[in-house]
Design a binder for this molecule. Structure first.
Ligand SMILES: [Zn+2]
Length: 563
């Protein structure tokens, strides 16, 4: 039944795909399209939701509205999409433009107005259709590198106005020349159960591939017993982008019937984190290689997957006879095919399982609570995708909570009780992640003597104290200087431990906008003569860290408006 419903779903996707308007949207840049990232590509904790357009490795390119519509949302953040503009179009879709350096015209005026009224660089606001109408081809912004971006580029995505699903930009007729087949750099066989053996191993085994005369690949023979599954590492390049991006579609066939597969047609935003269930997370953490598993040991709720009743798992019994084939395709239907011969073999394993039983077994579907000394941990049911033996210990005030090799889908809770520290000192304390010698901040609540934080990452935790206030630094002092010719001023701010929480800047006691870029630690203000006095001006900057230590920096500068 499940499989049938998949076929129906698949058919509806194919027909829906042809219903998307093909000539409605223009490209948001006026340079030829080159992608540094594509739709569905595997990223840390998410599938990539749009296209990343290369911008000639620079900022400041004009960003154009892809079609008529109106600005429906603006979000300015120091993380995520950075400065982002959403344009809603009357044909049922919204386009999103991210990592912008600066908006243009009325949109920029609106942003400044909101930032001053909220006294905050970071804002999020929604708009009605008549507030900021936009015509196709209007320059809405210039491209940048703001937010969670590690190089200048434009993030561009499509959403369905009704369902809010994210849609593959290629559905809208954006032309991408691609004659290259996807590249499968690794094929692995996974013994699923403790009785399963594949090629004399109870651990995943890499299978060598050989290119055949007809262009397909033949895998090394799999000699197995019990339930097994397959995983691949696959990428796709197009003709023009010189980047290796994600693949569009992957299918596993058994005797010609599809038994597992996925396709990046559209995605549901809230399902992004399933990427950690989809890849072999342990291997990714240890080798940085993302193996996409073509089976599910325990089903998880990612809508882009279809599977048969056995969830893509193949049971190899005596007299097993079936041909397995993997097909990996890009959007233009260039295809890489791998045939995998499997034979039953009763030979025992020489390489045994990598599982070390502990006293702390996690059943993924059930709540779990562990305590030792002054530390307790609570995992609500369904925190994890699979059952596993957790390493748990408390030694020298450090909580050892496994390693970040098992992915958590949702938050678990860590508590430390502290009856020794004074109430005053407690206010400066938080639960930190300990990575080697590096401490990182978790938002921590204190109730009575108990500190609690939540996390989605296993590892080491420790109570930490931050008593050192942030630093505010200026490369060249402006004290007493005339800055009449300067367009902007910039400060470097940093905090040694808990991290920067707030930054507020005042000129002549009035709040003024400073933009904060955590990647460079820079606080930047662009002068606006309306906010300045003739002659002497007073500047004050206040920066606070996450536990409330704060630093105030004050200076004076001169400026003349009679230029
Ligand atoms: Zn992106």
């Amino acid at each position: 039944m499940k499989f049938l419903s998949f076929l129906m779903l698949f058919a509806s996707v194919v027909s829906a795909q042809s219903n998307y308007p093909k000539d409605y949207f223009r490209l948001p840049l006026d340079i030829p399209m080159q992608l540094s990232g594509n739709f569905g590509e595997l990223r840390p904790n998410h599938f990539h939701a749009g296209f990343d357009f290369k911008t000639n490795q620079q900022e400041g390119l004009n960003v154009y509205a892809a079609a008529d519509g109106y600005v429906s949302r603006i979000k300015i953040s120091t993380i995520g999409y950075g400065k982002a503009i959403y344009i809603t179009h009357p044909n049922g879709f919204t386009t999103v433009y991210g990592h912008l350096q600066k908006a243009n015209g009325r949109i920029q005026d609106k942003i400044i107005e909101l930032q001053y009224s909220e006294k905050s660089y970071e804002i999020e606001s929604y708009f009605k259709p008549d507030e900021l109408p936009i015509n196709k081809g209007d320059v809405i912004a210039i491209s940048g590198n703001t937010g969670g971006s590690d190089g200048p580029h434009l993030h561009f995505e499509f959403r369905d106005n009704k369902t809010e699903e994210i849609i593959n930009p290629l559905f809208f007729g954006l032309e991408l020349k691609d004659h290259k087949n996807p590249v499968v750099s690794n094929l692995l066989v996974y013994p699923i159960d403790s009785q399963s053996v594949a090629n004399k191993s109870k651990r995943p085994v890499i299978l060598s591939l050989s290119l055949q005369k007809d262009g397909t690949y033949l895998s090394e023979r799999v000699l197995a017993t019990g339930r097994i599954g397959f995983g691949i590492n696959a990428n796709d390049a197009d003709d023009v982008s010189y980047s290796s991006n994600g693949v569009y579609k992957t299918q596993l066939f058994s005797n010609g019937k599809p038994i597992f597969g996925f396709e990046f047609d559209q995605m549901i935003f809230d399902e992004a984190r399933y990427v950690n269930a989809f890849i072999d997370y342990t291997r990714y953490k240890k080798t940085h290689q993302r193996i996409q598993k073509l089976f599910m040991k325990q089903p998880y709720g990612w809508s882009n997957i279809y599977q048969n009743v056995a969830n893509g798992i193949i049971n190899v019994t005596p007299n097993f006879l079936a041909s397995q084939r993997i097909e990996v395709s890009d959007y233009q239907e260039n295809k890489t095919i791998i045939n995998i011969p499997i034979e039953y073999s009763a030979k025992p394993a020489l390489i045994l399982e990598d599982i070390k039983p502990t006293n702390y077994f996690i059943k993924a579907k059930a709540d779990a609570n562990f305590e030792k000394e002054n530390v307790s941990v609570f995992f609500p049911a369904s925190t994890f995708y699979d059952d596993f033996y957790l390493n748990f210990d408390v030694k020298n005030e450090i909580l050892y909570l496994h390693e970040d090799v098992v992915p958590a889908h949702s938050f678990f809770y860590v508590s430390f009780e502290d009856t020794k520290t004074s109430d005053t000192d407690k206010k400066k304390m938080f639960i930190a992640n300990l990575n080697g010698t590096k401490l990182s901040y978790n938002a921590t609540k204190l109730v009575g003597n108990t500190f609690t934080c939540r996390s989605k990452t296993l590892g080491q935790f420790i109570l930490a104290k931050d008593t050192i206030a942030p630093k505010i630094y200026m490369a060249k002092s402006i004290e007493g200087k005339w800055l009449t010719d300067k367009k902007s001023i910039q400060f470097t701010i940093s905090d040694d431990l808990s991290g920067i929480k707030t930054y507020n800047c005042f000129i002549n006691d009035k709040w003024v906008l400073f933009e904060y870029e955590p990647k460079t630690k820079k606080l930047t203000h662009s002068f606006d003569d309306k906010l300045l006095l003739e002659g002497q001006n007073k500047l004050k900057i206040e920066v606070t860290d996450n536990v409330g230590n704060s630093t105030i920096f004050e200076t004076n500068f001169f400026r003349s408006q009679k230029k």
